[in-house]
Design a protein around this ligand. Structure first.
Ligand SMILES: Cc1cc2nc3c(=O)[nH]c(=O)nc-3n(C[C@H](O)[C@H](O)[C@H](O)COP(=O)(O)O)c2cc1C
Length: 276
C-alpha cells in the first residue's frame, strides 16, 4: 500500500502532515483516482455492474426521495448516436455507457398514486434531483474504480440536451445530468493536482483573501508537474501565445468564451419544471 503522505503530495504537490491518520484501501482509491477515457475491448460482467449500481443507489439522497434514474445505454446504435450528440467519439466503443439523470417524475407519480397533490414544484426540488444524481454518479465512480475499472463523467451529454433526451426517451421531469463511460483501463493517467485546500476549505467564514497568491503557487506546481504544451494553449487567436501558460490562464481563456448550453432553462421548463 502507498503511504498517505505520498498520496497527498501527489494530489496537491505539497507535503501535508497527517502522520496520525491510518491509510486504508478506500482512502487510497479516492486520493489516487483519475479519469480514464480509453478502455480495453473487454466486457464488464453483469454481476459487477449490478453491484456498482447498488453502490450508486447506496448514496445519500435528499429526504430519502432518491430523485435520479440511470440509463444504461447498451444498444450499439444508440451509443453511437449519443457519442455523436455529445461530440465525444470515444464513448461509442466504451464497454459501459450510462447517463445519470435527475428524476422529478417518480415523486410526482408517487404523489398521484397515493392521491395527494404534488406541492414541491420549485427550483430547489430541481436542485435536489440534480444533487442526488451527482452523488449517485460519484458513488458509482468510487465503487467502479475500487473494482479496477476506469471511468469518466461526460457533461457533454448536455450540449444537445433535447436530442439526448429524445434518444433516451426521457419523459417530463427527467433530465440528463451527466454521462459516464466505464471499462477496464487501457491507458495510464497521472493523478492531477488539485487546488490548495486553503482555497477550498474555509474555517467558520468564507475567506479568499489569498486567492491570487494561492493560484500563482498552484499554477507553478501544476506547471512543474504537468506543463501544458504550447499546442495546448487555447484561443491563441484572441490572446496570443503565452510565455507562461498555467492552469489559471487556461481556465480564464476557456471561460472567456461561451460553452453554448443556453437552452437549459427553456428545456427544463418545457419538460415540466417550474424553476420558481
Ligand atoms: C460532472 C462532470 C462532467 C465531466 N464532463 C466531461 C466531459 O464531458 N468530457 C471529458 O472528457 N471529461 C469530463 N469530465 C472529467 C473531468 O474533465 C475530469 O474529472 C477533470 O479534468 C479532472 O481530472 P481527473 O478526474 O483525472 O482528476 C467531467 C467530470 C465531471 C465531474
Amino acid at each position: 500500500m502507498a503511504k498517505l503522505g505520498d498520496l497527498l503530495k501527489a494530489r496537491f504537490g505539497v507535503a501535508e502532515d497527517v502522520t496520525e491518520v491510518a491509510l486504508n484501501a478506500t482512502l487510497e482509491g479516492i486520493l489516487g483516482r483519475r479519469s480514464i477515457r480509453k478502455f480495453l475491448d473487454r466486457d464488464v460482467p453483469d454481476d459487477l455492474l449490478r453491484v456498482l449500481f447498488a453502490c450508486a443507489q447506496s448514496a445519500p439522497a435528499k429526504s430519502d426521495l432518491q430523485q435520479y434514474s440511470i440509463i444504461h445505454v447498451t444498444d450499439a446504435a444508440k451509443k453511437q448516436t449519443l457519442a455523436k450528440l455529445a461530440a465525444t467519439p470515444w464513448i461509442a466503443t466504451a464497454p459501459v455507457v450510462l447517463v445519470f439523470c435527475g428524476d422529478g417524475r417518480r415523486a410526482r407519480r408517487i404523489s398521484e398514486l397515493r392521491g395527494k397533490p404534488y406541492g414541491q414544484d420549485t427550483l430547489d426540488s430541481f436542485m435536489n434531483a440534480a444533487v442526488d444524481a451527482g452523488i449517485a454518479l460519484q458513488a458509482f465512480i468510487i465503487a467502479a474504480e475500487a473494482a479496477g475499472l476506469g471511468c469518466c463523467a461526460i457533461s457533454q451529454v448536455r450540449v444537445q440536451i433535447e436530442a439526448v433526451s429524445e434518444l433516451l426517451e426521457l419523459p417530463n421531469n427527467v433530465f440528463p445530468l451527466a454521462g459516464l463511460a466505464a471499462g477496464w483501463p487501457d491507458e495510464a493517467r497521472e493523478v492531477t493536482l488539485r487546488l490548495p485546500p486553503a482555497l477550498v476549505v474555509h474555517r467558520d467564514r468564507y475567506d479568499d483573501a489569498n486567492l491570487a497568491a494561492e493560484i500563482d503557487g498552484y499554477d507553478q506546481r501544476r506547471d512543474a508537474a504537468f506543463p501544458i504544451p504550447a499546442r495546448g494553449q487555447m484561443h491563441n487567436d484572441l490572446y496570443g501565445q503565452a510565455d507562461f501558460y498555467g492552469w489559471s490562464e487556461h481556465v480564464a481563456r476557456r471561460l472567456s468564451r461561451s460553452e453554448g448550453r443556453h437552452t437549459l432553462r427553456a428545456f427544463l421548463q418545457a419538460r415540466g419544471f417550474a424553476l420558481d
